[in-house]
Design a protein around this ligand. Structure first.
Ligand SMILES: Nc1ncnc2c1ncn2[C@@H]1O[C@H](COP(=O)(O)OP(=O)(O)OP(=O)(O)O)[C@@H](O)[C@H]1O
Ligand SMILES: [Mg+2]
Length: 257
């Protein structure tokens, strides 16, 4: 059974003064992420990748379609049930600062999810649990006495990852997790994510512009084009035997960059 399964999902936005301009951001999309697998999601800017991520996370509601998590229908889950779900299904954002309060010491930012999910870990063990996750991402606990602006981008993204891992997630949506980082740090964060996936059997929905990165770290690759999912293939087949004309152009354009 798939860890995360999206079926016939649709989302239309209205904009313009009278709401008369319709944007079909996600159009009849179905996909599945197996347990412990990574599904890479690629497509040009505006193709609907982040909208799909936000739908999966319950940050916005679909017009139609369903989202199942470990066999359970979570499409209309709200309130306490959704907050409890947020422990197992988490998201790592492109900008690590988005997840952290600028004026909170990082120690307090790290405690925040444990406060929200009270009962998961005994408060007297919080500091140990935090130190343990910082060790997983190779960060010095002394950094906890700093504010977000006093860390590098790579350090911040690793800290955000440690913060997610505190709650033992089973699936993480990664929306361009390394696109703000320079290439050497990018590889470091991707290798870390990959190692954690293997060790802990977490599933990833991995959104990226970088086809090489997606290919190196995904089991399967799905392509979005204007809100629709036009192709899904095992990662090696994707480069060798792209099916759709658009996918061929996407690969060619990426190689030219
Ligand atoms: N809240 C919103 N209101 C109106 N339109 C929106 C909203 N959010 C997204 N859109 C539109 O939906 C479409 C898909 O946007 P989305 O952010 O999902 O694209 P994306 O594939 O993540 O792009 P990128 O690669 O640039 O991050 C775009 O046309 C965007 O302008
Ligand atoms: Mg996006």
């Amino acid at each position: 059974m798939a860890m995360l399964e999206v079926s016939r999902l649709c989302k239309t936005f209205r904009s313009g003064l009278w709401g008369n301009h319709r944007i079909v951001a996600v159009d009849d999309v179905s996909l599945a992420v197996e347990q412990g697998h990574t599904l890479g999601l690629v497509g040009m800017s505006g193709s609907g990748k982040s909208t799909l991520a936000r739908l999966v996370m319950g940050l916005i509601r679909p017009d139609s379609g369903t989202i199942h998590f470990d066999g359970e229908d979570i499409t209309h889950e709200k309130g306490a049930a959704r907050r409890a779900r947020a422990r197992e299904l988490q998201m790592l954002f492109q900008h690590p600062t988005a997840a952290l309060h600028p004026r909170l010491l990082l120690r307090d930012s790290m405690r925040e999810p444990l406060r929200l999910h009270r009962g998961l870990i005994d408060p007297q063990d919080w500091d140990d649990a935090i130190a343990q996750q910082l060790a997983v991402v190779s960060l010095d606990p002394a950094l906890l006495d700093r504010y977000p602006h006093q860390l590098s981008g790579g350090q911040l993204q690793r800290l955000c990852l440690a913060r997610l891992l505190l709650l033992s997630p089973r699936c993480i949506v990664l929306d361009e997790p390394t696109s703000m980082l320079d290439v050497s740090v990018q590889a470091q964060v991707m290798n870390l994510l990959n190692r954690i996936r293997h060790e802990q059997g977490i599933s990833y929905l991995f959104i990226s512009h970088d086809l090489d990165l997606v290919r190196a770290y995904s089991d399967d690759i799905a392509v979005m084009y204007r809100g629709r999912l036009i192709e899904q293939q095992p990662a090696d087949e994707f480069y060798e035997h792209p099916q759709e004309e658009y996918t061929k152009r996407l690969i060619a354009a990426f190689r030219e960059m």
